[in-house]
Structure formats: C-alpha cells, structure tokens
Ligand binder design. Structure first.
Ligand code: CP
Length: 304
C-alpha cells in the first residue's frame, strides 16, 4: 500500500485496509530506530494550543532524524498581522517537506491541503476532526483489548464539540461496534454522525446517565467539556462538571473495562482512577509517538 504524498485531513479519507496498514506500520515503528527522515523538514503550524499533538509530532520527527520549523502559537506569526492560512501555507510549503496544522476553524486543514504542494496533516480543525488522534486511539484499543471488532464503546462528555469522538466513531464503524453515547441533551453526538451510523446499521444508544449502560462497556472514552467552543460562556457554565468519574464508578463496570481520554482533562477523571488497571489514558497519549512516526514515514515515502 502506498500512502506517499497522501494528505491526512479527515478519517473519512481512509479505507479500513488503510487504517489497519497504518496501525501495522506504527507497531513496526516501536522498534525501528532508523533515521528514516534525515534531511526532511516538518512545518509545524499550531494556531491553537496543544501539548500532546505538537510535542509528539516533534518527538516523532526528531526520533526519525528530521528537523522541525514553525510556531506553537499564531501570536508569533504573521497571522497576527492578518496573513491568511492560504498565504501562510504558500510560504511554508517552500520551507518544508510536510506540514502539520492545527486551527480553530473547521475546514482549515482541507484549505491548507488545497494550497500546499507538500502533504498536509490535520492536527485538529475546530470541532470537526482530529484524524491522527483517532489513529492513536485505534492503536490503543487494539493494544489493550487485543482487537478492534465487536466492542461495546461508551463515549461520555461533550459529544457535540469534541472532535476526537467524531473521528473515532467514524473509524470504529468499520469494526462493528455498539456505541453508548452518554451526554447532556445539549451536548449529544451531532445528528450527522448518528444518521451515518443508522445508514451503516451500527447499533447505538443515547443517554445522559453514565451508569445506565456502564456494566456493558469494554471501552469508556471520556471527553472534556470543550469550554473554548461554546459561543456563550454562560451556556458552558451549565454543563461544566457534568461528569466526574472517580473510584465510585468501580462497582458499576466490568473488570476489564479500559478508560480512555484524549487529554487534557480538567475534572472529568479524578486522579484516584489513574493507578487502577482501568486507566489507559497516559499510555494512549504515549502511543502518539509510533503512530505519528509511521504517518510521517509513510507520507514521505520512506516506508510502504
Ligand atoms: N489530545 C490532544 O489533541 O491533546 P493536545 O490538545 O494537548 O494536543
């Protein structure tokens, strides 16, 4: 399979075979110490804050022997002077071999890919998609459950604005899941995604009660209420702290339930759960390295 020069913009752009191919490449990257990207440069354009995505891309590139240029905040770029994303990309494509972009506007990564002659990776665009997060989420699920097929997947929190749950629901649809969407009414999974699941005949249930289906779950994917995406902060205040998981949850879950979270967390998972065998969120974040090494090496044509 050849993913050379492929843009990584949306999880919709990937077939099941491609997803599995990337997961396999990531597994091989766990042991591969070769400097496959010696002489390659990654443009790293973060118009929104990030810890994990930006730093794991940086670490992945450095581990592969490549170099990085860019910015961690648009305040130090000419975006501050009014330069458009299009013009920014027309410059950075001349300075780098691959571009990683995070932006608050939905569709910004797609626009960047249209402007760019070098491959573009979406590191999160508004409430839309976060495809590399999804790949590391799939990788984590496969590692901790031993399979991707036929799992009962709970997603809890802000399912309206949380881009990671949108991408993950789409990707997992290839693997015959049953979904349990747990959210306040105002923060439910958007209709667009539910309609797609219906069309694909994927079973799903909706509730605002975390305990209603908790005993059935194999994976519980927890998300933060996305304060920065609420148009009205008074509205945010209504849902702040909607779900706070702690050890009180333990009698209500299966012994082998794994709790995931894309992080950062605010108060939705208490630290008391961190040391339990259920918590895999730090391991999940660490899996960003092999996944991003694999993606960079694949789209720069250094592995197949
Ligand atoms: N999961 C994730 O995207 O984290 P950051 O916002 O810290 O990159």
């Amino acid at each position: 399979m050849n993913l050379k020069n492929k843009d990584i913009i949306s999880i919709y752009d990937f077939s099941k075979a491609e997803l599995l191919h990337i997961l396999k490449a990531a597994k091989s990257m766990e042991k591969d110490k070769r400097k496959l990207l010696d002489g390659e440069i990654m443009g790293s354009l973060f118009f929104e804050p990030s810890t994990r995505t930006r730093l794991s891309f940086t670490s992945a590139m450095e581990q592969l022997g490549g170099q990085i240029l860019g910015f961690a905040t648009p305040g130090v770029s000419s975006a501050k002077k009014g330069e458009t994303v299009w013009d920014t990309i027309k410059m950075v494509e001349r300075y780098s071999d691959v571009i990683v972009i995070r932006h608050n506007i939905e569709g910004a990564a797609r626009l960047a890919a249209e402007a760019s002659s070098v491959p573009v990776i979406n590191a999160g665009d508004g409430a839309n998609q976060h495809p590399t997060q999804t790949l590391l989420d799939l990788y984590t699920i496969k590692k901790v459950k031993g399979r991707l097929d036929n799992l009962n997947i709970g997603m809890v929190g802000d399912l309206k604005y949380g881009r990671t749950v949108h991408s993950l629901a789409v990707a997992l649809s290839h693997f015959n899941p049953t979904f349990y969407f747990i959210a306040p009414d105002a923060l439910k999974m958007p209709k667009k995604y539910l309609d797609e699941l219906k069309e694909k005949k994927i079973k799903f249930y909706e509730t605002s009660d975390l305990l209603k289906y908790s005993k059935k779950l194999d994976i519980l994917y927890v998300t933060r209420i996305q304060k920065e995406r609420f148009p009205d902060q008074l509205e945010y205040k209504k849902y702040e702290g909607s779900y706070k998981l702690n050890t009180d949850l333990l009698p209500h879950i299966k012994k082998d339930l794994k709790i995931m979270h894309p992080l950062p967390r605010v108060d939705e998972i208490d630290k008391s759960l961190d040391e339990t065998e259920h918590a895999v969120y730090f391991e999940q974040a660490a899996n960003g390295i092999p996944i991003r090494k694999a993606l960079l090496a694949l789209i720069l044509g250094k592995i197949k």
